[in-house]
Structure formats: C-alpha cells, structure tokens
Ligand binder design. Structure first.
Ligand SMILES: Cc1cc2nc3c(=O)[nH]c(=O)nc-3n(C[C@H](O)[C@H](O)[C@H](O)COP(=O)(O)OP(=O)(O)OC[C@H]3O[C@@H](n4cnc5c(N)ncnc54)[C@H](O)[C@@H]3O)c2cc1C
Length: 310
C-alpha cells in the first residue's frame, strides 16, 4: 500500500466517526454502492443470497450487521436474531453458520452480558449441529473477546474466533490458544490501529499473516484463511501441500460477499471449501466504510454512485 493509499485509508476510517458523513452515506449509500458488499437490509434478502451462494458451491457465514450497541435490549435482540437464524438454517438445510461482533452482544456495556448472550448463540449452534464465530474488533476488545472465547470453548466444540495479523500481540495470542485445538479465522485486520500496537506496512502484515497461518495449520484445530490476497492464498496452499493436509476438514478459505469472486471460484473448482461472509441489515454504514478503506479505489466508484443517485 502506497503512502497515499495509507493516508486515504486513515482518512476514510476517521470519516466513519463523522456524523455528517454518516448522515449522507446512510441516506444514499445503499443505492450508491453498499449493495455491492451487503446482501440487503432484511433477512429475506440474506436468505436468498445464502441459497444462491450454496447453489454455486459455497458455504456461508452470516453477518447480521451491528456493533457497539449501547443498550442491553439491543444486545438481546441481536442474540435472538442469531439464534433464530441458526434454527432457520437447520430447518431449510442452508449451509451457513453465524459470525458476530462481541460489541453487538453488549461487550461495551458489560462483558458478562456479552458472554451470556454469546453462550446462548453457542447453545443454538450446538443444538442445530452448526458453528459460530466471534469476529475480532478494535484492539481494545481483544482481551475481552479472547476471554469470552476461552470460556465458551470449555463448554462447546462449535465455537471459533478471529485473529488479526496486523497486531503485534497476535502471534502470542495464537500460541496461547493452541492447546484448545482452536477454530481460528485469520484476517489482516480492518481497523485503525496505532504504530505501538500494529504493523503499519502491508509487507509486515502479510509476513505475519503467513507465519500465523503456518503455525495454525501445523497444529490440531481448524483454520479459516480469510483473505482476498491471491499471493497469500498461493503461499498458504504451498504450506498445505507441504504438510499434506486433506483438502477438507482442517481448513477453509473465506472471502467477503462482493470481493474476490474469481479467486473464490478458482479455489472452489480446485476442490477446496470456500465460505462467503454475507452481511445483511440496516446498520451497514461502518461495514461499508471499512470496505472502502481497504481499497481506496472503491471510493471513486462509490462517489460516482452517490452523485448519480443523489
Ligand atoms: C471472511 C472475512 C472475515 C473477516 N473478519 C474480520 C474480523 O473479524 N476482524 C477484522 O478486523 N477484519 C476482518 N476481515 C477484514 C480483513 O481484516 C481485511 O480488512 C480484508 O480482508 C482486506 O484484506 P485482504 O486480506 O483481502 O488483503 P488486502 O491486501 O487488503 O487485499 C488483497 C486484494 O484483495 C482485494 N480487496 C481487498 N479488500 C477489498 C475491498 N474492500 N474491495 C475490493 N477489493 C478488495 C484487492 O484486489 C486487493 O488487492 C475479514 C475478512 C474476511 C475475508
């Protein structure tokens, strides 16, 4: 990532906290381009996108958009939504699990509330023979998120979490989780993190990603390689082949809805399990801003849509 792209990334992620930007983007944004990254605002549009993804040979991770809720009522509503979705997937034979942010289940209000609600989702996943995963948010949330994961893992096999290769601490976090045979999703990291906590150069983030993947894949557990980066995918495939891992059962690839479609199809055609993370819901603004920040070229495409639609 060039210096200009890095500055744009910072500016976009800062703008995500500006209420005027939020107002304009929320008003026109879905028509202008958010629909490229989000299945829709209601559950029906998600279910349709999930069925379509299944028909194309992809598993799905359902993301009901929401984060940093400020009331226990909102957190409980999100929990009920996730439990309901898991029962719908079982009833309709949809190959989808759920992934959610601990702050959607009230982590900022009370970590104990978030744990209790995450436990309800884990129970629903276990009862329906499915899995659930905790997303990883800003670095301030990492300790509490890992603590929720560890507590759930004592009780359930069906729980997973995510780790970000841009954080200095992640290698140690992964190492500590290895005795649990973890189900871990590896990502690069989507938030603005300071230089005393996170690698700032893409090359360092990528090198750390490869090291983490090699460690996770060489220990018992399940690894989700969540990236659209073809160079990383190719290097991980070399590790997988060197370790003679079976094509299914120990790892999968994951990509976000609307991104990396060609790469996802190529991996699927080679017989690998690929899961598309499909988000839905009306709280899509912060999710959209992170997708724009990852690839500043998306901003031009999005602004064109805003001008045409506005
Ligand atoms: C399934 C999944 C789950 C995730 N969960 C989390 C999480 O829990 N916590 C977290 O912090 N982050 C999460 N992320 C986001 C992740 O941290 C990165 O921000 C994101 O994946 C972009 O990084 P990359 O690995 O694709 O590599 P990059 O080096 O950023 O991109 C590689 C290539 O992918 C394509 N690409 C990447 N992003 C975009 C985009 N927005 N639009 C168009 N093309 C793009 C481009 O061609 C780019 O050259 C998740 C990502 C995935 C795929």
């Amino acid at each position: 990532m060039s210096l200009l792209e890095r500055s744009m990334r910072t500016a976009i992620l800062r703008a995500a906290d500006d209420c005027r930007v939020r107002h304009v983007v929320r008003r026109y944004g879905m028509r202008a381009g958010a629909a490229r990254f989000v299945a829709g605002e209601n559950v029906e549009s998600f279910l349709e996108a999930a069925r379509q993804a299944n028909r194309r040979g992809f598993a799905v991770a359902c993301g009901y958009l929401g984060e940093r809720v400020t009331t226990a009522t909102e957190a409980r509503a999100a929990c009920e939504r996730y439990c309901g979705l898991l029962h719908t997937f079982a009833a309709e034979s949809i190959d989808a699990n759920v992934a959610f942010k601990p702050t959607h289940l009230g982590l900022d209000i009370d970590p104990e509330l978030s744990y209790a609600l995450a436990r309800e989702v884990a129970r629903a996943a276990s009862d329906t023979g499915n899995t659930m995963r905790l997303d990883m948010e800003q670095s301030e949330c990492v300790d509490a998120t890992l603590e929720i994961y560890r507590r759930l893992r004592v009780e359930f096999d069906c729980v997973g979490f995510a780790l970000q290769s841009y954080l200095f601490r992640t290698a140690a976090d992964l190492e500590r989780s290895l005795p649990l045979s973890p189900n871990v999703r590896l990502v690069k990291g989507a938030y603005l993190e300071p230089p005393d906590r996170a690698f700032q150069r893409k090359r360092d983030v990528d090198d750390n990603y490869l090291a983490l993947a090699a460690t996770a894949l060489s220990h018992p557990g399940y690894t989700a390689i969540a990236t659209h980066d073809p160079a990383i995918v190719e290097r991980v495939l070399q590790t997988i082949e060197a370790q003679q891992l079976p094509k299914r059962g120990r790892f999968e690839f994951q990509m976000l809805y609307g991104i990396g479609t060609d790469l996802a199809e190529r991996l699927r055609d080679r017989g690998y399990r690929v899961r598309l993370a499909i988000p839905f819901g009306d709280y899509w603004f912060p999710y959209l801003m992170r997708r724009l920040a990852e690839r500043p070229a998306n901003v031009a495409f999005f602004l064109k849509g805003l001008i045409a639609g506005g």
